[in-house]
Write a protein that binds this ligand. Structure first.
Ligand code: AMP
Length: 120
């Protein structure tokens, strides 16, 4: 597994070194608008802890961190009024998923009918 790089862009956002359009924050998570939105609503939710990816997070985070983080993902979606009519969330892990930023994050997409699952 790639070692966590404390200078990745989301670590810098967490430390306030570069700006973001914050949507939500609590002790476990920070949510902000994606800089290159793929839907009318495209928000990233990141844990406060230093985890590289979905694999790292689900293996090494505490149950409190995991529970708090996924609670926050649902809270963000509800606050954005996406619970109805719906939204999609996903996490890209590793090379086959084209993960670009190596601080674990979940994408939330919404604001329109997103169609079926994406295939290329
Ligand atoms: P992934 O392929 O899952 O690693 O996606 C990384 C996401 O981070 C992409 O959707 C980018 O548009 C987004 N991104 C990169 N830099 C920033 C930034 N400074 N602020 C907000 N979103 C960003």
């Amino acid at each position: 597994m790639t070692a966590y790089d404390p200078n990745n862009i989301f670590a810098k956002i967490l430390r306030g070194e570069i700006p973001c359009k914050k949507v939500y924050e609590d002790e476990f998570a920070l949510a902000f608008d994606d800089i290159n939105p793929q839907a009318p609503v495209h928000v990233l939710v990141i844990p406060k802890g230093a985890y590289v990816s979905m694999d790292d997070f689900t293996k090494n985070a505490t149950m409190d961190e995991i529970g708090g983080f996924f609670r926050a993902v649902g809270t963000v979606a509800r606050r954005l009024n996406l619970a109805q009519p719906g939204y999609r969330f996903l996490a890209n892990h590793g090379a086959h998923a084209h993960q670009e930023v190596f601080h674990f994050h979940v994408h939330i997409f919404g604001g329109r009918d997103l169609g079926g699952m994406i295939r290329r």
